[in-house]
Write a protein that binds this ligand. Sequence first.
Ligand SMILES: C[S@@+](CC[C@H](N)C(=O)[O-])C[C@H]1O[C@@H](n2cnc3c(N)ncnc32)[C@H](O)[C@@H]1O
Length: 656
Amino acid sequence: MAQPDLAKVLDAMRRAGMDTSQCKGIIYAPELFDNLLKNVQTSKAMDAFPTLEKAFSTLLTTHGTQGLMPTGGPTLTEDTYHFVPPQVPVDKLPDDFDFKALGNEFFKLRRDAEAVKAYTEGLARNPSPELRLLLRLNRAQVHLRLENFASAYHDSSFVLKELDKGVTGPSQARLKATLRLARAFEGMRHLTLALEHFAKVVELDAGSKEGAEGKKRIERKLRETNEGEYDWRELEKQAKTNMRLDVGDFVGPVKLVKMEGRGGGRGLVATRSIEAGELLIVDKAIVVGEPNPASDPSKAFLFGGQAAWQLSMYQSAQRLASLIKEDPSLEPFVYSLHSKVQPATYDLAFESLDHRQLPQEDDSVQLDKIRLESICSTNGFQRCGESLDRANSALDAGSGLHLRMSLLNHNCVPNTVIQGLRDVKLIRARVPIKEGEEVCLRYIGPMHSRRPYILAGHFPDGCKCAYCLDEALDSPAQVKQRKALLGSDTELGKQVRQFSTLADRTPDFVLCFLDHIARVERTYSAQRVFRLDLIEVYRAMSDMCLYSKVPVMHLAIKYRLASLEAAGLVVDDEQDRIRIVAIPFEDEDSAVSSLLKVASYLARLEGEGKNARRWTLAAFDMSKALYSDDWDRFVERHQADVQKLGLNGLLEECRV
Ligand SMILES: C[S@@+](CC[C@H](N)C(=O)[O-])C[C@H]1O[C@@H](n2cnc3c(N)ncnc32)[C@H](O)[C@@H]1O
């Protein structure tokens, strides 16, 4: 890249109304310069700093490079920037300049990056021990607001050490520093240390509201971490307004082991036998990229050596770089997600962050941006919506890096269901899992249009899961025939897709349709286990039976259940109740609603007797297995179905 002509750059800056008299150098990259200028002009921060160069570096810290990158632009590497050596003399601010007052002023204005810079400038001027203590106490507070938790930890623990040495601090310095330290530990996810320090706050000041609330909050998070006890109802309420949730991470009856034949060499196995619906992992993202409506699938950029179009993923990689720079103790956790030869501490990422070592103040990290991008592209998850039963359907809903979820291998028909609430992901067992059995999730479902592309990215030699092996049992001719039968120009294809045309069907027509279905069934080889195209075919048949001029209720029930079974539902019919053995792997979020339909059809066919009640309770059990719902939450979650199907009375009777 050509070196810029400094004189021309300075001239451009002057014309943009900037005071360049103190400029001793600039950070320059031609394609970034216009954006940089715009940012500098809108920031008055530079007035406060002795050199323009520092203002620029502050701006880069404040805005990150995200705002400076052209959309879909090149991958950012260190050498994108060129540093022009000092050529212009610098006037220094006087030694007695009051940086504390300046920092406090910025803090009040919520210009936090500038406040940090002002306190840091003050510290660089060799202040008295008392002033040093004050500057660091104040800087800790700003770092907390910036979520620079490791820096807040360094500052507040420094203050406490100085107070122990006898350095005089302002009033309540110890209380303030202890509280800031407790909050720093909480942000770093050192929950045990956070609890210890919130307790100290309460010891120092029994009336401290922040101390008492902090203690209660950490006790709750530790309960979540240790017992897997979450108040999902409350969390779903919070998710309506918060993009990030405050929860403790949980690792249930699973562990990380070395696993031959898996890229990366690791995988998760069950540590005991597990029932369907059991909570296995809850994992809050360590970084997120915000939803980005500007993301455009037709415009890919190079990201970690692969093509990507979700700008949110790019942002999460940028934030990941900032995070490990801020807290180097996270670096091995992150890098262990992407290493050809796993380090001795291969299971690091699976350990509780609570147990990791605390960072040293002079720790530094080697940022490998391409590797960080790779980590985000291989492991990034799409951000979730506001309730457990609703996926986020936005094109680029935002992305997140979840340390533990990143260790699960893929299976097209996995033994877990994955859910999420905003920046929190969780998995539950979908089926009973035996001790020692691998626990997998799916990176992309068999019916998804982008499946070949996503699978090729992970498995250059093809996916070898049970579903893929099963799928290979059909000959190309069988697959072609099935496609032809279900094509949008066939009668069957139309019925499957155009629900609205069903109402005028006569029972005769419906019965003729059984023949079409049998033809689709015959396109599957006899040994085939997974027959996913039948999910929609059976569902359409059930609807047709229900909405035909004379409803055929027993067939409506039969095909609704057949559709659920094709999607993976397994139940045990135990006389008094229907026990859920396996949750469907396709459309699991419509499983409760489908079971309620079965109950209501039975009520129409036989009256609200034992059978209708058993299937209503099965719907409740499914809601419990999928979302940990109690009865009230089950009824509330499915209120619309209950009303539409006229199930209020039946539900009242079944209430448990
Ligand atoms: C998110 S990582 C999963 C954890 C990884 N196995 C590890 O040791 O770090 C995804 C990568 O794991 C490997 N992987 C996942 N599922 C696999 C499977 N069923 N068979 C073989 N390799 C698999 C692929 O290399 C994939 O790109």
